[in-house]
Write a protein that binds this ligand. Structure first.
Ligand code: GTP
Ligand code: MG
Length: 1162
């Protein structure tokens, strides 16, 4: 029988002071859902006997089958403490690494979290992840040390050993928190420092502590108070529990109990019950130093020993008499039905459930220690409101005022409504309240009875008239038939409605009250409150909405609101601020997450960060081609229903699903088959991403013999394209465009490892840098300052990135000196782990770092024409390398010379590069002038014989925004992906290079081709994506685990025996390409005793050369002349090439002649 109904909960929703929005976070299988069961049973939603067995919040069939949670789901509970009623909106999250996206969606809506740790397994990888997630979302965590029963029953620890173990686990967790705290403080300190110096330099010029050359990183760490961030039982933020047996307690419970018995004050006991204190029997005083004196700590004496003896009596000795005594002494009332039960576990659970109810302990901690919606951290609000490194004070004043709406969390009519949707989820229509049979009231029952009676009498009367009906006319028969048909039609419609699926938004009201029929805006991430407000002020209200709709905001009417009750939903008329809810009718407007608001001044919330990036891809196709539309539709729905999956159509036309891991992929495919597309599908082998790179030529061969001189250049000669090119002995390449107007000298070399790692880690910064640099260039011309929109934090991060890059280059040796300032672009996508360097002696282009420098420190700013085309060529080359068209990584292309001949009227070409530049500093005005028309008279080219100067135009390709295109460029290339000036319809004849197409296009393809050839000159390698893999296994299955790991080309990094147990913690790495079925195989081979957790860790070069053939005598001797089987890189490469339909250099028939001869002889 349910203890609380929806009306009561709705009433509780009105009092934000007594609302707690919390989520349960932990590593996989540490007992989150089991604990949620215990909490749910306290509200009578499930019986306490079924708690732990039912796993009520795992409502999907596959969740129940596999025993893991796959999605986060919410339930609202009531908790009564003293004279106060609390509303707990509880969200259970999955712990499996593949579903960590769901954790992000849960934490975003909460103010507090319960972090559960299995005391036997201790802190595991996902525990780190969830703690970091809670930290970065600024939500307060509390700790539950779970599965303490395992210390008694499985590990057979004594209470003293168990106490030690609990201390260890607590220390482990606090170490993680301490690290997070320290890094947070240091970040803040650096930020403060940067801000301070920036302010001072603004005022005075010279920096105050320039003489202080050594920065003390621990600055600020000591003065910041960290006492309240740690978990400590005496602070009341730790619960000791066994979710499966339904018990749990905090120190407070025992402190109050023993205070009366021992005559000691509660506060003293609270401080001493956990820790190194003991009770001196003689003096009856609590003393310090239990360990040193070999005494039992209070925690052992007063708590653990009692628990241990209960377990011993009930489970081991099964001593019923003693058990009854214990029940009596604890003053418990156990139902006779439970006492009669044969299973001692039932006795134990009945006793513990009453003595130390888990729900009581956990929920009272939640109410006391976790913040409610009224105490939302102000830093958190600012972070939520400002995405993309934007500063809070750059938001328009109306938007800044909304901060107080967040903090006050009011729900009166005049308060703006702000709702955040963190994910969309699907439920089948059957679970919608409108399709559910609700229990009938007494009056309705009477009415129905009356109706039935009437129908019966009517039927009897009809039967009597049957004979007359036989003579009825045809027409009336027909009408009767149509009537039935109509009737059956409506029922089939209803059936379809019941069978379908409905999307609901998983959301939280942060301010105001959302109600049915209300009109709200859906704000897309691109929504800029400033723009919207300007428009609203400038024009009529309705018009603005129409103008903006479809761009960044859409208006909609709220249709259905639901209270989320786990597997059930309760319809609501309105929901006030501070609550979690479900919203219907948004499937066409919201893809995955969104912000809803009643005011356009509200900025879109910062997007969520996902801990696991999707990495496993498969291509899917329908079994029957006619089902293609269903597949496309199904993929769309799948994308919407899962926060972490990506679906895309590749250039090849393949429909691809990208999932976070194997388990996630399997769930996605099941959903696609059974829920969204409802068709049979074929699924390709997993597509694993690879990267291509080059290395420094190896010094030894495959049999460890020194290589004298392998001439790599020989091999690439045959591949060289029709473009005119020449490879010189030092490994550089000279290449000319097909019209011979421009020539390049370039060279490829591997980037130092440290640099590649830096680039890889700072993709987001590089993107911001690129945008800022483009904005900087455009602000030179349009004179609007855009740089101040970057927060100090981002600016200091960028400066730091530059410094670290510089240091990495310096460490790498002389040849890299000054490379940081020569960076032309990163690639692919302008923010990848490859670099284009400008080593052209006469070309000093504006540095990419210039946007960070103070005004006035700008160096040379000559931007040469076609600069953008060179960058585009580089982007294309790095996007798909020559090995198997996978992106490049860790490659540096240095352009050492670039000549650009100028075309004269008579078709003669002349000029060197330096002459065709635009000095942005000196000629700023001229450029501005040139903006007014296609050709400028003001800008002249020295030595130019052409009467029509073309240098004032800067045609920029891929990625440059249109303001940079200073004039309508006659040289713009229409074939390049995003040329900034769309109104150029045809290139002017003089810029078309002798029938070979526009020059900018030729430069793009020449640079691209040049980069590819330069890459091929060097020894090439594939880079494989690697998983890190954590396995916990007992000693007896260790050998089998190692067997499976090594068979799949994995390597063991670490192996540690856990103290006091026979369990080993193994960390290994494994290529993603070899990982499919790995978890399953390990589980099978070890009979389920070991189960690995895989998560993407890094990229690693495959050591073998994909083009290697045995050449030296030793190699031939060792491998024979066909050594393909040995070559892992070749296998990977051919696999990818085959999938992509590229040419493979492989004989399909080995001994064709022999076969023919054989058949002839037959
Ligand atoms: N011995 C013991 N087992 C427990 C306890 N709590 C949970 N379990 C068991 O641990 C297993 C995992 O429990 P779940 O509650 O599904 O764990 P979870 O954290 O929700 O797992 P995911 O949602 O998949 O991350 C189940 O078999 C539970 O019966 C406990 O306190 N003691
Ligand atoms: Mg679970």
């Amino acid at each position: 029988m349910r203890g609380v109904d929806a009306e009561q909960l709705a009433k509780l929703q009105e009092n934000p002071a007594n609302i707690r929005n919390i989520c349960i976070l932990a590593h996989v299988d540490h007992g989150k859902t089991t604990m949620a069961d215990a909490l749910i049973s306290s509200n009578g939603i499930i019986s306490s006997r079924m708690a732990g067995k039912l796993r009520y919040l795992d409502s999907r069939q596959d969740e129940q089958l596999r025993g893991i949670t796959m999605k986060s789901s919410a339930i609202s509970l009531r908790f009564n403490q003293g004279d106060q009623d609390f509303l707990i909106n509880l969200i259970d999250s999955p712990g499996h690494v593949d579903f960590s996206g769901e954790v992000s969606t849960a934490t975003r809506l909460c103010d507090g979290a319960l972090v559960v740790v299995d005391v036997v397994e201790g802190v595991c990888p996902q525990t780190h992840v969830v703690l970091r997630q809670a930290w970065s979302e600024h939500i307060t965590p509390c700790l539950v040390l779970n599965k303490i029963d395992r210390l008694v029953t499985e590990l057979k620890y004594t209470p003293l050993e168990a106490h030690l173990r609990l201390q260890q686990v607590l220390e482990q967790v606090n170490a993680v928190v301490g690290n997070l705290f320290a890094s947070g403080v240091l970040e803040q300190a650096t930020l403060r420092d940067t801000e301070k110096t920036a302010q001072v330099s603004d005022l005075e010029g010279p920096r105050p502590n320039e003489e202080k050359m050594v920065y003390d990183w621990s600055d600020g760490l000591e003065e910041t108070d960290d006492s309240n961030i740690y978990f400590s039982p005496d602070q009341g933020n730790v619960i000791f529990a066994s979710a499966i047996d339904g018990w749990g307690f905090g120190i407070d419970h025992f402190a109050t109990m023993y205070a009366a018995k021992l005559g000691v004050r509660v506060e003293i006991l609270r401080k001493t019950l956990w820790g190194d204190f003991f009770l001196n029997g003689k003096t009856k005083r609590i003393m310090k130093g239990a360990q040193a004196k070999g005494k039992k700590p209070l925690f052992v004496q007063f708590i653990l020993e009692n628990l241990w003896s209960l377990y011993d009596t009930v489970l081991v000795k099964r001593d019923k008499e003693k058990m009854l005594k214990i029940i009596d002494s604890l003053n418990l009332k156990i139902a006779a039905r439970d006492l009669r039960h044969n299973d001692p576990k039932v006795h134990l659970q009945a006793i513990c459930g009453q003595w130390l109810p888990l729900s009581q302990a956990v929920l009272s901690m939640v109410c006391q220690k976790l913040p409610g919606p009224l105490q939302v951290d102000s830093v958190r609000i600012e972070k939520l409101m400002c995405g993309g490194g934007r500063r809070f004070d750059t938001l328009p004043p109306q938007s800044q005022q909304l901060k107080s709406a967040f903090q006050e969390c009011r729900s009166e009519e005049d308060v703006p409504v702000i709702v955040y949707i963190s994910k969309m989820f699907v439920i089948d229509n059957m679970s919608l309240p409108r399709n559910k049979q609700r229990p009938l009231g007494e009056e309705e029952l009477l009415q129905r009875r009356e109706d039935a009676r009437k129908r019966h009498t009517l039927r009897v009367a009809n039967q009597q008239q049957d004979t007359k009906l036989e003579n009825q006319s045809e027409m009336s028969k027909e009408s009767l038939e149509t009537g039935t048909i109509l009737l059956s039609e409506t029922t089939s419609e209803e059936k379809a409605e019941e069978e379908g699926e409905t999307f609901l938004a998983f959301a939280r009201v942060f301010s105001g009250r959302i109600r049915k029929g209300q009109k709200l805006y859906v704000l897309s991430p691109k929504h800029d409150p400033m723009k919207a407000l300007n428009r609203e002020n400038g024009a009529l209200g309705d018009q603005t909405v129409n103008e903006l709709s479809g761009h960044s905001l859409t208006e909609f009417e709220v249709k259905d609101l639901y209270l989320l009750m786990g597997r059930e939903l309760e319809p609501m008329e309105s929901v006030p601020a501070g609550n979690v809810l479900g919203i219907g009718g948004l499937e066409d407007l919201v893809l995955k997450s969104a912000t809803l608001s009643s005011t356009v001044a509200c900025p879109a919330f910062t997007s969520m960060t996902f801990a696991a990036a999707p990495i496993v891809r498969v291509a899917v196709e329908p079994k029957h081609l006619a089902d293609m539309p269903a597949l496309v539709m199904g993929m769309k729905l799948l994308n919407q229903a899962d926060p972490c999956v990506e679906v895309l159509v590749q250039e090849t036309g393949e429909h691809v699903i990208v999932a976070a891991g194997e388990v996630h992929l399997e769930r996605c495919l099941d959903d696609l088959r059974e829920r969204f597309a409802k068709i049979e599908i074929n699924v390709s082998e997993p597509i694993v991403p690879f990267r291509e790179t080059i290395i420094i030529p190896p010094k030894i061969d495959m049999v460890n013999e020194a290589i004298d001189d392998i001439n790599q250049i020989q091999r690439t000669r045959s591949n060289i394209s029709e473009l005119e090119s020449e490879i010189s002995k030092d490994g550089s390449l000279d290449i000319k465009t097909s019209n011979k107007l421009s020539a390049f000298k370039l060279r490829a070399c591997p980037l130092p490892e440290e640099v590649t790692t830096l680039l890889e880690e700072n993709t987001e910064l590089m993107r911001i840098l690129d945008q800022a640099s483009v904005a900087w260039l455009s602000s030179r011309t349009s004179e609007q300052d855009t740089s101040d929109r970057l927060t100090c934090e981002v600016l200091s991060q960028l400066q730091e990135f530059r410094k670290r890059l510089d240091a990495a280059f310096t460490n790498a040796g002389k040849r890299w000196r000054g490379a940081t300032d020569q960076i032309w672009s990163f690639g692919p996508k302008r923010c990848g782990p490859n670099m284009l360097l400008n080593r052209i002696s006469g070309y000093k282009r504006p540095s990419i770092w210039q946007c960070l420098d103070e005004e006035g420190t700008v160096g040379s700013t000559v931007l040469r024409e076609f600069d953008g085309s060179v960058v585009s060529g580089f982007q294309l080359a790095t996007f798909a390398g020559p090995l198997c068209e996978e992106p490049m990584m860790g490659v540096c292309f240095a352009i050492e010379n670039w000549t650009l001949e100028e075309q004269s009227n008579g078709g003669k070409f002349f000029s060197t590069a330096q002459k065709t530049g635009v000095d942005l500093n000196a000629d700023n005005q001229s450029i501005l002038d040139s903006n007014k028309g296609p050709r400028s008279e003001n800008v002249s080219v020295p030595n130019s014989t052409d009467s029509e100067p073309y240098i004032a135009t800067v045609p920029l390709d891929v990625g440059y925004p249109s303001p940079l295109v200073l004039a309508k460029s006659p040289t713009s290339d229409r074939s390049s992906p995003s040329v900034g000036s769309p109104d150029v319809t045809s290139p002017l004849p003089q810029f078309v290079g002798r029938g070979y197409g526009p020059l900018s296009g030729q430069i793009i393809s020449t640079v691209k081709e040049g980069c590819r050839i330069a890459f091929q000159i060097q020894p090439q390698r594939l880079i494989a994506a690697m998983y890190k893999c954590d396995i916990q296994a007992t000693a007896d299955v260790l050998g089998r685990v190692y067997g499976v790991v090594s068979r799949r080309d994995g390597s063991i990094l670490r192996e540690e025996m856990r103290e006091g147990s026979a369990v080993f913690d193994i960390t290994a790495t494994l290529p993603v390409a070899e990982s499919f079925g790995f978890a399953e195989e390990i589980r099978k081979r070890t009979s389920g005793l070991a189960s690995p957790q895989l998560f993407f860790s890094h990229w690693q070069v495959v050591p073998s050369d994909p083009f290697w053939e045995p050449s030296t005598e030793e190699e031939l001797l060792h491998f024979g002349d066909k050594a393909e089987n040995e070559n892992q890189a070749l296998k990977y490469m051919n696999g990818i090439r085959r999938r992509k339909g590229l040419y493979i250099d492989k004989k399909t028939v080995e001994h064709a002649e022999k076969q023919r001869t054989l058949s002839k002889n037959k």
